[in-house]
Ligand binder design. Structure first.
Ligand SMILES: Cc1ncc(COP(=O)(O)O)c(C=O)c1O
Length: 400
């Protein structure tokens, strides 16, 4: 046999990175180890037991008794696409609350499923105003679905959901939520907040590798997906079929080959989330975010989002005018092994997006990033008071 590439013992590990961007975030070794447990058939009763366990763990993280939960094979976008394709039929009216880059994706996919999409656009960097939805709902007779993004990763805004949900319900519309960046980092209460469908992703606050989209459907949403006049254009992301695959029908029905190793990773990641405890985890995200914000402000940098609407898992910072923001990111990565994110859409070239999600939300990561920025920013022409960022963050951590 001819060896192609390096012998197994010499294959290098990936470079060590501190992942402080918008995801993926760092992964706990327990999760990585869970992925190497071996292989098992996807209809093996021992594996279907694991699927059941995963549905239960997802329910606990979404705080739902009612939700039909499962993990779609695909990243967060699969959850978004599955929801719109399965809950909407051509011509159905859907109102999208749009105030960032990922909200625009909802609009794009809604158009592709040939729904009657009503995008309501408000300013990036602010919360979506409930009054806009209220006014619009009055203009329509039959709105099937209202969509909102809980944690807009492009702007760093945490969107309050209860008011939007109540308005949707008052007009007998279903309520769909993007919880890609929120689940596991901040409270997500599927039942209490009246959600009909929510989707997330494994690589952000759940601390797993990318590859699955944990979702939850209300009884109404599942009934809607199962009782369509036309089948959805997508077979792979048909939520009715996937629900049967995940054991929500009379009997489990084969659909596709489960990504076994990823499901094992998710099980371990969710166990870690629940072992830490949801409230402790949210607090950890809040404390570390507060320290980061104190640090960046002490360096003379400005935050995009007003204090009351900031996300803890992603902090969006204006890059100072006149400096090359991409150069700063490259220096962080090459010189310090730290990744932070660039701006998207309207914010491209204007902001940095600093993630503190899941495993990456650690005090030592906050301090390492601020210390690296204190060195890099003067090199690119933005003077800072050396030591001020780290000190402000340490003071905030001590006070917490
Ligand atoms: C709010 C939000 N929605 C959807 C997505 C898409 O998820 P994925 O990249 O896992 O497909 C992202 C990714 O960053 C996101 O932040």
């Amino acid at each position: 046999m001819t060896q192609i590439g390096l012998p197994p013992s010499e294959i290098p590990m990936l470079p060590a990175r501190t992942l402080l961007g918008p995801g993926p975030s760092n992964v706990d070794p327990r999760v990585l180890r869970a992925m190497t447990q071996g292989m098992i058939g996807y209809l093996d009763p021992d594996f279907t037991k694991i699927m059941d366990e995963v549905t239960d763990l997802i329910r606990r993280v979404y705080k739902t008794a009612e939700g039909r939960t499962m993990a779609l094979s695909g990243t967060g976008m699969s959850g978004m696409e599955a929801g719109l394709a399965s809950l909407l039929e051509p011509g159905d009216t859907v109102i999208m609350c749009v105030h960032g880059y990922f909200c625009e994706r909802l609009v794009e996919i809604g158009n592709r499923v040939r729904a009657n999409v009503v995008p309501l656009r408000s300013d990036w960097g602010g919360v979506f105003p409930e009054e806009m939805l209220e006014q619009e709902l009055k203009k329509h007779k039959n709105v099937k679905l209202v969509c909102a993004v809980h944690a807009e990763t492009s702007t760093g805004v945490l969107q309050p959901l209860e008011g939007l949900s109540r308005l949707a319900k008052d007009h007998d519309a279903m309520f769909m939520v993007d919880a890609v960046t929120s689940l596991g980092g901040v409270d997500v209460a599927f039942d209490d907040w009246g959600m009909d469908y929510a989707y997330s992703a494994t690589q952000k606050c759940l601390g797993c590798p990318p590859g699955l989209s944990p979702v939850s459907l209300s009884e109404r949403a599942l009934h809607t997906a199962r009782n369509r006049t036309e089948k959805p254009f997508t077979w792979y992301l048909d939520l009715a079929m996937l629900a049967d695959y995940w054991g929500w029908g009379e009997q489990r029905v084969y659909h596709h080959t489960a990504p076994v190793s990823m499901i094992l990773a998710l099980r371990e990641g969710l166990r870690l989330v629940l072992e830490e405890g949801l409230d402790n985890r949210f607090k950890r995200h809040a404390v570390n975010a507060a320290a980061l914000r104190a640090g960046v402000e002490a360096l003379g940098l400005d935050l995009v989002v007003p204090a009351e609407h900031r996300l803890n898992q992603i902090t969006v910072v204006w890059a100072p005018k006149g400096i090359d923001e991409a150069d700063v990111r490259t220096r962080l990565l090459r010189g310090h092994g730290i990744e932070i994110g660039a701006g998207l859409g309207d914010f491209a070239g204007k902001v940095w997006r600093i993630g503190l999600m899941g495993e990456s939300s650690k005090q030592e990561n906050v301090i390492a990033l601020l210390s690296a920025l204190e060195r890099i920013l003067p090199e690119v022409g933005f003077e800072v008071a050396r030591g001020a960022g780290v000190k402000a963050a340490e003071d905030a951590l001590t006070a917490a």
